[in-house]
Design a protein around this ligand. Structure first.
Ligand code: GDD
Ligand code: MN
Length: 363
């Protein structure tokens, strides 16, 4: 049996045609279709529900209070009963012409994973804007650099269409996959460390006929963090990496505000500095709230209280920083550079750990 796993969010206008085409295509096969819908406000679940009543082969998981493409795929794959699972977008952008060749190929038993690639010479690509194409190219290069060299022949690390053999090995890899964002396949490749035997087949990626892509800037950021996480041998937590990069952006905010206030508004430096420091901390807080801690995002009154807490958390180490740096300089290394670096590392660790639990209540 083959399990077709379809994540959906607001695909009411697309899902019907897709299900109909799949039912026709697979009529001579033993199959199940699993749709994982995040309680879409446009009524996608209701449409699938109707099909489920008429066809025993269609199954629907409606998730309430959980969301995200990668986590939907993960749940669908863990739910699947088939010998193979094929993941497919629910918007019809993946042309179904790749399905029978994929089934034929995976059934040979040689491969753990087949990827339907948008970038083979025989692939056809219509549904990607120039910006997205360029983004995909960069993402592919970064993926190739950061993953096992066994996977260097892959042309589409971001594909949303792939087929897995279901066995103990693949299921236990799937269980380990981190669920944020869009990058399910990248994560699978990363966790498997070159162990999977893979082949690519061409995909025809079509234009979206209705609705919009759900890929947003936070997903792109998330992918970038995953790459860095991989470079640290998956040791430094993703949130800590994101927090560090956001903190780094605060340095520029601070420098910018001080020079703005001193040069244009002719503040003296000592009056400008506290304003710049608080602005930088506030900007760090807001960006972290938007991306690093978006799953615990604070809003309205909680946002304001969170900011106050963040400023308290961040102000303690300013004093500690001076103490630590001086002590380090006096007792451990008489290098001002290393002493300052030690101060920064300790302050960063404090800020990350304290604000994770105290500001965003994340254990
Ligand atoms: N359950 C669920 N939850 N499904 C989701 C979510 C979510 O939060 N976000 C997106 N989906 C579903 C969409 O409804 C669609 O069926 C499928 O996942 C792909 O989402 P799109 O928003 O259409 O993605 P895309 O077309 O921009 O991106 C395609 O290319 C990417 C690489 O460039 C997809 O194939 C991605 O999987 C792929 O990574
Ligand atoms: Mn799409």
């Amino acid at each position: 049996m083959i399990s077709i796993v379809i994540p959906t969010f607001n695909e009411a206008n697309n899902i019907q045609l897709l299900l109909q085409n799949l039912i026709n295509l697979l009529k001579n096969f033993d199959y199940e279709i699993i749709v994982i819908d995040d309680d879409s406000p446009d009524g996608t679940s209701e449409i699938v529900n109707k099909y489920m009543k008429d066809y025993g082969t269609i199954k629907l998981i409606t998730r309430v209070g959980r969301s995200g493409l990668a986590s939907a795929i993960k749940e669908g794959l863990l739910f699947a009963q088939g010998k193979y699972s094929l993941v497919l977008d629910g918007d019809g952008q993946h042309d179904l012409s790749c399905i029978l060749p994929i089934i034929k190929e995976i059934d040979k038993g040689k491969y753990d994973l087949l990827i339907a690639s948008r970038f083979l010479t025989s692939s056809k690509l219509e549904g990607l804007s120039n910006k997205r194409s360029l983004g995909s190219k960069c993402a592919n290069n970064l993926s190739r650099l950061s993953l096992s060299s066994n996977y260097s022949q892959i042309t589409d690390f971001m594909s949303g269409c792939f087929c897995l053999k279901n066995n103990y090995k693949t299921k236990s890899l799937i269980k380990k996959i981190e669920i944020n964002g869009f990058k399910f396949l990248y994560e699978l490749l990363s966790i498997s460390k070159g162990e999977l035997v893979i082949k690519e087949v061409p995909l025809f990626f079509k234009e979206r006929t209705s609705g919009n892509s759900k890929l947003d800037l936070a997903n792109v950021w998330d992918f970038f963090i995953s790459i860095l996480h991989n470079f640290t041998f998956r040791i430094i937590p993703r949130r800590a990496i994101s927090f560090g990069l956001v903190g780094f952006s605060g340095v520029f905010v601070q420098l910018f505000i001080t020079s703005l206030l001193t040069k244009i508004f002719i503040f003296d430096f000592y009056r400008a500095l506290p304003i710049a420091v608080i602005s930088a901390a506030t900007s760090n807080f807001l960006i972290n709230n938007q991306i690093t801690f978006r799953s615990n995002r604070l809003e309205k009154k909680a946002l304001f209280i969170g900011l106050l807490k963040f400023l308290i958390v961040a102000s303690l180490p300013i004093i500690a920083n001076i103490g630590i740096t001086t002590a380090f300089y006096q007792y451990i290394s008489a290098s001002t550079f290393i002493a300052q670096l030690a101060g920064i590392v300790i302050v960063y660790a404090w800020n990350y750990l304290a604000s994770s639990s105290f500001v965003w209540n994340n254990s």
